[in-house]
Ligand binder design. Structure first.
Ligand code: PLP
Length: 426
């Protein structure tokens, strides 16, 4: 079909159409080689929080590139990493004190899992080796991250390679859900039963919103109850905020919005403002202290070639400054979503389970098929939207919006108008 040698991510190469070439990005717009302009309604896989080719990020990148582009991070440090680490700590719950750098969301989670596991090993609690995760959870595509995720049929193939975890139901909710308290109680009971066995190192959750599972939302109350259980049983609470971080939920972090404090917090995606791959895993002082020893074997032996890359850190510092200067950009989007949902989509016969969380809006498109991610409606909708000039990429039959924060109210309205138009033609 194409003479490109590139084997693309999450793509059945035989049936996928040849992808359009993007030649320029500006704000919410992507310009294609054939001259078309399309609106990026999903922040290019949830990373581009400030919009494309942001001048302040470009300038930070250039300034850093002509000073120091990269240096080994074992045995050396540099100002962008020091600044970013300090700045991040001013925005997260007080109990988080230490910052471990890596390169992407999957590595942030791998680091969290290894850190949590070794935390117990270092204290001689060798029985605490299992993790609790949530059905539908997505934490990345590396082996450890897949083990704690196991969300969909994507990785059935790899099942024999994954380590064993205990997966409990995620109490997903939506507008008008009458069952939410019962679902939460059931999950909490299951977790309590597991924790009684005293062999768990930690609980891993995407707080408030499960992303890849289809923007499934849980209540802050559930996280508060989960935190209570984790404390009661002395097990580590690990938040994967790779997607929810940096304003997505309407607050800078889901832990702030839910007034809960994890022991370990994973961040990536929006961390560099969507410019460069970068991740951090934040930990409490107690976790750090369990590694802090005269005994060399108690150190955390983990690192990547590009750990703490100065270019990525410099864009991270600037991105965070942009968020500090304009918090209303992500704080006000939920009200706009709600307004346009009501104006264009409420009660649409093709839709159900409409929900919003901060900058994210999601809904289920009714189909006769049940096979989640591989639902045929997804590529069909995607093609319709692309033809109309909008980048929307449904997860199975879940249609969602996750635009860059620089989108204007009128531009956001135009997405709802096109969704309405496309749904009416189905
Ligand atoms: C995207 C994502 C990851 C994986 O991040 P990558 O940078 O793609 O490796 C992990 N956790 C969550 C919640 C994510 O949304």
């Amino acid at each position: 079909m194409t003479d490109s040698p590139i084997w693309r991510p999450f793509t059945q190469m035989k049936t996928a159409p040849h992808p359009p070439k993007v030649v320029k990005g500006e704000g919410i717009w992507l310009e294609l080689a054939d001259g078309r302009r399309i609106m990026d309604c999903i922040s290019s896989w949830w990373v581009t929080i400030h919009g494309h080719a942001h001048p302040a990020l470009a300038e930070a990148l250039y300034k850093q590139a002509i000073e120091l582009e990269q240096v080994i991070f074992a045995g050396f440090t540099h100002e962008p990493a020091e600044q970013l680490a300090r700045k991040l700590l001013t925005h997260v719950p007080d109990s988080l004190k230490r910052v471990f750098f890596s390169d992407n969301g999957s590595t942030a989670v791998e680091v969290a899992l290894k850190m949590a596991y070794q935390y117990w090993q270092n204290q001689g609690e060798t029985k605490r080796s299992r993790f609790i995760g949530f059905a539908g959870g997505y934490h990345g595509d590396t082996i450890g991250a897949m083990s704690i995720g196991q969300s969909s049929s994507w990785w059935q193939t790899f099942q024999p390679l994954l380590f064993e975890t205990d997966i409990v139901p995620f109490p997903a909710t939506f507008d008008g859900d009458g069952q939410v308290e019962a679902k939460e109680a059931e999950t909490l009971d299951k977790i309590k039963f597991l924790l009684c066995q005293e062999r768990h190192a930690g609980i891993v959750i995407e707080p408030l919103v499960q992303g890849a599972a289809g923007m499934r939302i849980c209540r802050p109350q559930f996280l508060q109850a989960l935190e209570h259980l984790a404390h009661q049983f002395g097990v580590l609470l690990i938040y994967d905020e790779v997607m929810t971080g940096f304003g997505r939920t309407g607050e800078l972090f889901a832990c702030l919005k839910s007034a809960t404090s994890p022991d370990i917090l994973c961040l990536s995606k929006g961390l560099s403002g969507g410019c460069l791959p970068l991740a951090v895993t934040l930990a409490t002082e107690a976790i750090y202290q369990s590694f802090y020893s005269d005994d060399a074997t108690k150190a955390f032996y983990h690192g990547h070639s590009y750990t703490g890359n100065p270019l990525a850190c410099a864009t991270g510092v600037t991105s965070l400054a942009l968020l500090e200067e304009n918090p209303q950009l992500f704080q006000s989007m939920e009200a706009l979503h709600r307004c346009y949902l009501e104006r264009y989509l409420q009660g649409h016969p093709k839709l159900e389970q409409i929900r919003t969380c901060g900058t994210i809006a999601a809904m289920e498109v009714k189909t006769s098929e049940t096979d989640g991610y591989f639902n045929a409606i997804a590529p069909l909708l995607k093609t319709h939207f692309l033809q109309a000039g909008f980048l929307l990429r449904p997860l199975g039959n879940t249609l969602y919006l996750m635009p860059p924060y620089c989108i204007t109210s009128d531009e956001l309205e135009s997405i709802y108008q096109v969704i309405r138009r496309v749904l009416d033609t189905l």
